[in-house]
Design a protein around this ligand. Structure first.
Ligand SMILES: [Zn+2]
Length: 91
C-alpha cells in the first residue's frame, strides 16, 4: 500500500518505540514523535502591568511552558493544517 507520508506523520526515524506524552487539550496519550510540541511563554504579572513595566525598561521574566498536542487537537487549534497531496511530501 502506498504511504501517505514518508515518515508516517512521525519524527522518530528508525528508533522503534516512542515514549508517550499526554495531549494538553484532550489528555490523549500520543507518541512523542507524533505529538506537536509548542513552547509558549507565560508571565507571572498581569498583561497591563507587564506592558507598563516593559515600557520602563524593567525586565519581566517569562516562564516557558511546553505544550503537546495530538494531531486532532493540533488541526483543531490551527497549529498544523491539512495539506493537499502536492503540498505535503509523499513518497
Ligand atoms: Zn488532543
Amino acid at each position: 500500500m502506498p504511504k501517505k507520508r514518508k515518515s508516517g506523520g512521525r519524527s522518530k526515524g528508525s528508533k522503534g518505540r516512542d515514549e508517550y506524552v499526554a495531549c494538553s487539550m484532550c489528555g490523549k496519550r500520543v507518541p512523542r514523535g507524533k505529538a506537536k510540541r509548542r513552547t509558549r511563554y507565560k508571565t507571572l504579572v498581569d498583561y497591563q502591568i507587564g506592558r507598563e513595566l516593559r515600557r520602563q525598561k524593567v525586565y519581566v521574566p517569562r516562564i516557558p511552558e511546553i505544550v503537546y498536542y495530538c494531531v486532532n487537537c493540533a488541526v483543531h487549534r490551527g497549529v498544523v493544517h491539512i495539506r493537499s497531496k502536492d503540498e505535503r511530501k509523499h513518497y
